[in-house]
Design a protein around this ligand. Structure first.
Ligand code: CDP
Ligand code: MG
Length: 735
């Protein structure tokens, strides 16, 4: 695909100026970049992009997000001033004037809903106020939950710095597979999932004096379940304080749920934000993003840029494209710092987004939804919003869960826009039309509990002794069929008996902080004597999708390197192979570099593996190796994932039970092989329903590992003799 030209087109103005000529000289490979002329009347530059010759995208200014500050109001403390005094910065936050009032309200009420604009200091300040007020006396702890691991980590780091303590001492964080807390830790930032798991070891949260459920408006599955559990605990622990903190959304709902708990409002600083839309819909939003960032960079006054993309792969691609183009432009443009932020980014890289932008340069932060409300980055003036997010969706009829890039909601779009108006009047560029905003975006995001499978949560609730799930106190109940299906699935996995009670094996499965199917696979490795290999597979699956990298200029080498890891049997064995070779290299980063493997992902896999290994004893699985007999490994995987199976039919792959049409992902090692029976780790819906991480299996194994679930008859193959050798297109044909 030829790269599209980047052209900031001069509209009706006269002769090209000196600057413009320079731009015309600055060829970007096939692309060129020119300055936009100023519109004489408004002094606003024309926001127009031309992509390839005839294609024109134009941004039009449509609406304004109202602020409560004058656009030209006093600017907040500069980065330099901020460095001077941590305490001064703390005092400058919108929550600070309300400190006493807030503490009084907390003292007066057991449950308090706290509503405040993003960046007003809820997450970093309120737990500190409570600490200063003595809520952590007698070794009591304060929990503050975050839906996202990155937020938990970075907020804890920030608070530790503000308090002048070492992270992991008084202030720490706890996320899955990573515990940065100690005996001394009294302020615990943790993911909502981790607090949920705390209930397993401490059902009444007896060691906590305060639980702050933060980012409640996100309505993640775990946060929603926490609501029900905490409401219950609060009834028999009157001294426990419960805070529900949220951006300015939905707080009335929370109040009603918690028996009309009072709502404490913290007015935030909000400067007006001008909102621009594209004139026409954009086909390739990634490319359009890159173009727009460069355009903002060369036409707009100083101020950092925040771009919202949907996930790691996309973010890395965008960053690479941006860096590439900046390199080619060289000194012709001012310096542009390109910084990614997403869930699996290592902490040293995360910290970089908070570092002040050097004078003369501009920073562009390319983020997932994480930057929508959980993280506040100082200095953002421009927001670029393609209008998408990655969402789980679940079909309770078929039991199929998939991750899909979908349009975000209006509420989301407005939160994103709001990020541009925190330090001064800002601009938000939406890469979609005003019409699309009005007609194509939902008002709000559907709570996760209504679009995800519930196996995990049901297993946890059952372990907590909550049997009557139909009458659990849900803020919004999940669909009945979804609950039913979760129960069925747990029964099939042997976690529940026919009365819906937890079995011994179910209790063990709940001990492992992974999905029931993965737990089951790990437990099954005992029977097949291959726990060493299965631990590796489990760890590698959990860092999934980010093992290999594929630099644009070395695509062929990278693809060859990847193919060299292929083993007959499928992708799980490829993952195992990569890890084993890496371990043999002495966990070398050089080895990763030479093999186009992401060192960071591997390091994480190693951490996860160690953690899981540490839990094996608790679930009574001994360490053992299959000694190269990969059939055993494949059977153990099948014992966990017999739910995710597909067979090749005349018309391609169909899932075994539900007969849904699915496709092998083109990145899979089995893409060309097209085995008759396979299992998949997950489904990802892009242009089609793709199976990612697939493993070849034999149908007879299904009867061996799940005789209660499969009948011999449904595994018969009616057209076994006339199977076409190959179905579907080759990788080349797919492009
Ligand atoms: O929770 P809320 O959105 O109300 O605000 P916050 O996260 O407590 O942020 C308060 C201030 O701390 C903001 O000015 C952030 O920029 C700053 N902060 C930071 O510099 N680094 C972090 N890792 C987190 C917050
Ligand atoms: Mg916050």
């Amino acid at each position: 695909q030829p790269s599209r030209a980047v052209d900031l087109v001069e509209e009706e103005s006269g002769a090209p100026g000196e600057e413009q000529r320079r731009w015309e000289e600055a060829r970007l490979g096939a692309a060129s970049l020119k300055f936009g002329a100023r519109d004489a009347a408004s002094q606003e530059p024309k926001y127009q992009l031309v992509l390839e010759e005839e294609e024109t995208i134009e941004f039009v200014r449509a609406t304004q997000l109202q602020g409560n500050e004058e656009p030209s109001g006093p600017s907040p403390p500069s980065q330099a001033q901020q460095k001077e005094s941590v305490q001064a910065v703390r005092r400058s936050l919108p929550v600070f004037p309300f400190r006493e009032e807030l503490l009084a309200a907390i003292a007066d009420h057991q449950v308090l809903i706290i509503e405040g604009e993003t960046g007003s200091g809820k997450t970093t300040q309120i737990p500190q106020y409570l600490f200063e007020e003595g809520y952590t006396k007698k070794g009591m702890k304060i929990a503050c939950t975050q839906p996202r691991r990155v937020a938990a980590m970075s907020v804890a780091a920030r608070v530790a710095r503000e308090m002048g303590v070492k992270l992991g001492n008084e202030v720490g964080y706890s996320i899955r597979f990573e515990d940065c807390t100690s005996e001394r830790t009294v302020l615990r930032y943790m993911t909502d999932g981790m607090l949920l798991r705390e209930f397993l070891s401490e059902p009444d949260l007896a060691s906590y004096s305060v639980v702050m459920v933060d980012e409640a408006h996100e309505r993640t599955l775990h946060t929603d379940i926490l609501f029900g559990l905490i409401k219950d605990v609060a009834r028999f622990r009157p001294e426990l304080k419960v805070l529900v903190a949220s951006a300015t959304l939905d707080t009335a709902r929370f109040s009603t749920f918690f028996d009309d708990a009072p709502v404490f409002r913290i007015p935030g600083r909000r400067f007006p934000v001008d909102i621009f839309y594209t004139k026409a819909p954009e086909a390739d939003y990634l490319e359009a993003c890159v173009v727009s960032v460069l355009q903002i960079h060369v036409t707009q006054p100083p101020g950092d840029i925040l771009v919202f993309l949907t996930g790691q792969e996309e973010i890395e691609a965008a960053c690479e494209m941006l860096q590439d183009r900046c390199r080619r432009l060289g000194s012709k443009i001012r310096e542009l710092l390109v910084l990614p932020i997403y869930a699996n980014l290592p902490s040293d890289m995360q910290a970089r987004i908070f570092q002040p932008t050097p004078p003369g340069a501009r920073k562009v932060v390319v983020a997932t939804n994480i930057a929508e409300t959980s993280l506040t980055i100082e200095g953002i003036i421009y927001v670029l919003d393609p209008g998408f997010c990655k969402q789980k969706s679940y079909n309770p009829r078929t039991g199929m869960e998939s991750l899909t890039v979908t349009p975000c909601s209006k509420a989301s779009a407005n939160q994103r826009a709001g990020r541009a108006g925190r330090v001064a009047a800002g601009k938000c560029f939406r890469l979609y039309t005003a019409w699309a905003y009005q007609h194509e975006l939902e008002e709000t995001t559907v709570p996760e509990i209504q679009r995800t499978s519930l196996g995990n949560v049901v297993l946890l609730l059952k372990s907590l002794g909550i049997h009557d799930l139909m009458h659990f106190d849900f803020l919004d109940p999940p669909p009945y069929e979804t609950l039913l299906l979760a129960l069925e699935q747990l029964y099939a996995l042997g976690a529940l008996n026919h009365l819906g009670e937890l079995t011994t094996s179910g209790r063990k499965m709940a001990e492992l902080p992974v999905d029931p199917m993965l737990s089951k696979m790990i437990l099954a490795s005992e029977k097949y004597s291959c726990s060493e290999e299965i631990l590796t597979v489990a760890a590698m699956l959990s860092v999934n999708n980010s093992i290999f990298y594929r630099p644009k200029d070395k695509v062929v080498h990278a693809d060859n390197a990847r193919v060299n890891f292929f083993l007959p049997g499928g992708d799980h064995l490829v993952l195992l192979n990569v890890y084993t070779q890496w371990a043999e290299s002495g966990y070398s980063s050089q080895w990763c570099y030479e093999n186009f493997v992401q060192f960071r992902s591997m390091r994480r896999a190693r951490d996860v593996r160690e953690q899981l290994e540490g839990l094996l004893e608790r679930v009574e699985v001994g360490l053992s190796s299959c000694q190269g007999d990969y059939i055993r490994v494949r059977k153990a995987i099948t014992a966990g994932y017999f739910y995710h199976t597909a067979r090749l039919t005349r018309s391609g792959y169909r899932t075994v039970k539900q007969q849904q049409t699915v496709f092998i992902h083109p990145n899979s090692s089995l893409f060309e092989e097209q085995p008759r029976w396979l299992l998949y780790h997950e489904l990802v819906l892009t242009t089609k329903e793709f199976m990612r991480q697939v493993l070849e299996i034999e149908s007879s194994w299904l009867l061996e590992v799940a005789p209660h679930y499969y009948k011999a008859k449904e595994l018969e193959d009616p057209h076994s003799k006339k199977m076409p050798k190959k179905i579907g297109k080759t990788r080349e044909e797919l492009g």
